[in-house]
Design a protein. Sequence first.
Lengths: 321, 316
Amino acid sequence: MSGSADRLPRLLALVPYLMSHPGAQLGEVAGVFGLSEKQLIDDLQLVWMCGLPGHTPGDLIDVSWDGGEILIDNADTIARPLRLGIDEASALLVALRMLAAMPELAEVPGDALPRVVAKLERAAGEGAAAVSSQVAVDVDATPDALLRVREGLTRRRRLSLRYYVPGRDEVTPREVDPMRLVVVDGRTYLECWCYRAEAMRLFRLDRMLGVEVLEVAADPPAEAEPIDVAKGVFRPSPTDELVELEVTAAGRWVAEYYPCEEVTELGEGRLRVALRARDEDWLLKLALRLGDTGRVLSPPAMAERVREEAERALSRYAHRT
Amino acid sequence: MSRRKTERLLNLVICLLATRRPLSAEQIRQAVPGYDRDGDEAFQRMFERDKNELREIGIPIDVVRDPWEDEPGYRIERQSYELPEITLEADEAAVLGLAAQVWQRASLAEAASGALLKLRAGGVATDETIGAGALELRLDTRDPAFPALWDAVRDRRLVRFDYRSAGSESVRSRTVEPWGVVSRRGRWYLAGFDRGRDAPRAFRLSRITGQVATVGRPGSVEVPPGVDLRAMVGFPEEPVEGRTAVIRVREGACEGLRQLSTAVRAGSDGWDEVELGFTDPERLAGWMASLGADVEVVEPPDAREAVIRRLKGALA
């Protein structure tokens, strides 16, 4: 909120903040408003020039920040913040409704949710409640694994997982130290230190075929840092090979399903996509799945491998039809 | 926005909040520094723009027309301006802290943090330490169409956009009464009434190409009471009686398939036989084709044919 277009809304929040937090420190307030101390002082200087009509010294807002301690006076007209806008209230209400849809996950105490919703709806202008009910977030049905994963989290125990990876049709056993649950776009993941990968990993709860709580204390290594999910849940490694496919309109799902580095429209719904492939086996499986709705352009040798594998598979069907 | 203008607008807000009686434009011109220098016409234009800007950030300006006066009067009613007194219990503050960090991108992340800032400015203690704990919740909106559709849903305006249906080779223009947006399994959908098809429809945001245009006046869309947005984007309920496929699997291969199958019979010729529930033969065929020469779908015939078709397609 440091852009100049946001300045007026910021000032209209800053003054009430200072009124309700007398003696607040420059550094603390700058942090709350996402400003540098210099920017904050500039805001205070501006506020100090404003006030009631007449604009005699007695009409103006009085601000001081001696020794870094901010005191404000004579600002009663704007002592309360502006009511929540429809977008502001709706953004929170949608999120609260989403929390309400996953009671087992959020573990929200008692009836706190409906109480907050009621208070917010009252604080918002008209219409916010209506808008927020026009946004729905579908949350996966509680996966069976949740109970044990929770136990591992609360008791800080290592977990033994059998994890299904559809792209490879593999089930791998993994021992992990659970760190926290992450819900992204309605899907639930366990963020954990994985001893097989020797790295932090996100595992989807609905792909855990078995979870066992081990009687071993979870003890993730010091380098186990939370994953920044703001950058997306699927992050192929930049060292994975960059491959290229061409897909028809019926194969466009590839571009929606996998994170692509480049997508080019070729007309008639066809696409050329460049994406990071974990390995050649994964790419082979994808190409076979696509059938005539896609083909591998690069690496060029891959096209031959796909043909060979398709021929071998077809020979099984040829021997008895 | 220049510093001078910010100052003028802040003074204008204070002036309109402080006055008990509505003020005419001329009275405002005298009272608010920054207006006094300009000629009549310049002032009128400036005042109009300022009113619009204040309204855009959500400040309610009342226009009062007194039959005995020529000019309308302006003021801001304190009650509709001010955030009502709110106090949150500790558990409520925790919930709100969790909710405020849900939105990841787009304008709503800003709206949520703006709301939180106003609440804190109003003396509400919010708790933002929860996210660092055992649970983090995120909603993502990378689809470029999202902000425009959110606005249209909020303002109840008709929208028009170009859309490519699943697997379709062409893009068609759709005119839709937006009823709501839905996030399902990591994707966003618009649910509404498709004017062209004269029926309710759901659209995946990632298949919208180009800009979303709003047509018609705000408030012109009526959302039918009791409409179930979630049901509109849900896949048709899977039939209770699914079908069963019989698949031969190479010994030691396809661990995942074996785990998900309902029965496994060990064979003697290096191949085992598994049974697997399915509903859509094409989906099954995609999966089975991806397993290449490690599997052979024995029956039913339509699934077997679908696999053969895919593999032949991969040959070409």
